[in-house]
Design a protein around this ligand. Structure first.
Ligand SMILES: [Fe+2]
Ligand SMILES: [Fe+2]
Length: 143
């Protein structure tokens, strides 16, 4: 099954649970914006977007972690440890960005990490979540 894609890297973000896919797309969209402003040397914009990215990622991780615990996913601890590891890195980047020192290739680094995490961790809870009754098509209504 393929989905239409008109934004960079979007197709790689589908794991098959609509609400989680939506959150991953939102994070990816922020990454594209971060990349754009870093390329243009818009340091203040990059710093602001990075702050938003950190917040969205924190919320997304909290959602996944709650679902894993509520649905008794067996590998929750390893997955949570990976989330913590990235959050520590993101927080450090955010502090540096506040001093207008946005590292070259930061958005590429985050995107590479995110795609690796999706393949090595997020995809592994999909079958478990569905077997526990999650509706993979349930998603927030757009207004
Ligand atoms: Fe995750
Ligand atoms: Fe995720």
């Amino acid at each position: 099954m393929s989905t239409p894609s008109n934004s960079q890297g979007r197709e790689n973000f589908e794991i098959g649970i609509a609400e989680i896919d939506l959150q991953h797309r939102q994070i990816n969209d922020l990454l594209q914006r971060l990349k754009h402003s870093a390329d243009k040397q818009y340091a203040y914009a990059a710093s602001t977007i990075l702050g938003e990215l950190v917040m969205q990622t924190r919320i997304h991780f909290a959602v996944e972690e709650s679902l894993m615990r509520l649905l008794s996913f067996p590998d929750t601890d390893a997955h949570v440890a990976e989330h913590r590891h990235l959050m520590e890195k993101l927080e450090k980047f955010k502090q540096r960005a506040q001093d207008f020192d946005v590292a070259d290739g930061l958005s590429d680094f985050i995107q590479t990490w995110l795609l690796g995490h999706l393949d090595n961790y997020d995809r592994k809870f999909v079958a478990h979540f569905i077997s526990r009754g999650i509706d993979p098509l349930a998603a927030p209504k757009s207004d």
